[in-house]
Write a protein that binds this ligand. Structure first.
Ligand code: GUN
Length: 300
């Protein structure tokens, strides 16, 4: 039987509706409006597009939102001073510095200058530490892993005691999702294995997975025969494999392919995310969720 397709666009829209209600209650009860600042350095077209999407979503949800554009040659000290300014601004609950930054700027220094209580990307070592400890220590979750967890939970896939195999060990997806899925918590409590380029037999591990999360950045890495029949497959890969003419606009647009051979895998898996339209739409929504959480915590 063909797999259920996990629709990231639908689930993201559902979460945004929930957030809208939360924002309205916050305004009514506490006179508080969640505030998000996105700082963009330079004119990288992909970064402009990402930041525009974040600002549009923040605006649609009724946030106080600021798009702060800075020139490519901004000195590192000036960027650090800007971060400090927003750290001290009580209207701002979330600060996002869009990556990548120009080469003359030490990315780590800038990210670590963000107040951990406003670090809605969850890139700061303090927040990663809190995530690892879990329970009441945990605050934000990194956006893509948080989106993955929501997709799994809202699709009704059981996680407690399940075999979760994560392919990839990046700091922004592989490592944090592995930590999150092993925590003693709702939508988690799984037995987690992380496989990577140094793993001896990636296929054997994948074949055991009840939930297979693939974030390797290698198009078609996971073959259909690696998938356990009925497994939940989450494909985080977004690989540009060419270009095609858009039917809507007539302009050339990238052809995107995941890390999993979707067409063949959907005949074996129980549920699967498509690319595009799976994990992708969740990331910005989870950034908004972190900002609402941060605003809520500022009341306490
Ligand atoms: N550049 C690409 N993705 C991201 C992201 O999630 N956060 C930030 N800050 N920069 C990015």
């Amino acid at each position: 039987m063909a797999a259920t397709i996990i629709d990231g666009n639908r689930i993201a829209a559902e979460i945004r509706e929930e957030l809208k209600k939360e924002v309205a209650i916050m305004k009514e009860k506490h006179g508080l409006v969640p505030g998000l600042v996105t700082i963009l350095v330079g004119k990288n077209p992909a970064s402009i597009s990402y930041v525009t999407g974040k600002q549009k979503t923040a605006h649609d949800l009724g946030f106080y939102s600021v798009q702060d554009d800075q020139p490519e040659d901004i000195p590192e000290d000036a960027l650090l001073a800007l971060v400090e300014k927003y750290n001290a601004d009580p209207k701002v609950h979330g600060i996002l510095v869009q990556l990548p930054l120009p080469r003359h700027i030490n990315e780590k220094r800038v990210l670590n200058a963000i107040d951990p209580d406003k670090d809605v990307d969850c890139f700061h070592p303090v927040n990663i530490g809190r995530l690892v400890i879990g329970g009441s220590e945990a605050r934000f979750s990194p956006c893509t892993p948080a989106g993955i967890k929501e997709l799994i939970m809202r699709s009704g896939v059981p996680t407690s005691g399940a075999e979760v195999v994560v392919v990839g060990r990046s700091n922004i997806v592989g490592k944090p999702i592995a930590i999150m899925m092993m925590q003693k918590a709702k939508g988690a409590n799984a037995t987690v294995t992380v496989v990577h380029t140094g793993s001896r037999d990636m296929e054997a591990h994948c074949k055991r997975a009840d939930i297979l999360i693939v974030a390797a950045g290698v198009p078609g890495l996971v073959k259909p025969e690696w998938i356990k029949p009925g497994a939940c497959v989450i494909d985080v890969g977004v690989n540009r494999v060419g270009e095609k003419k858009s039917e809507k606009t007539g302009r050339m647009v990238p052809i995107l392919k995941g890390d999993v051979d979707f067409e063949a895998a959907k005949e074996i898996a129980g549920s699967i995310t498509p690319v595009p339209g799976g994990v992708g739409p969740m990331t910005i929504t989870m950034l908004m969720k972190n900002t609402v959480l941060s605003a809520g915590l500022s009341i306490e």
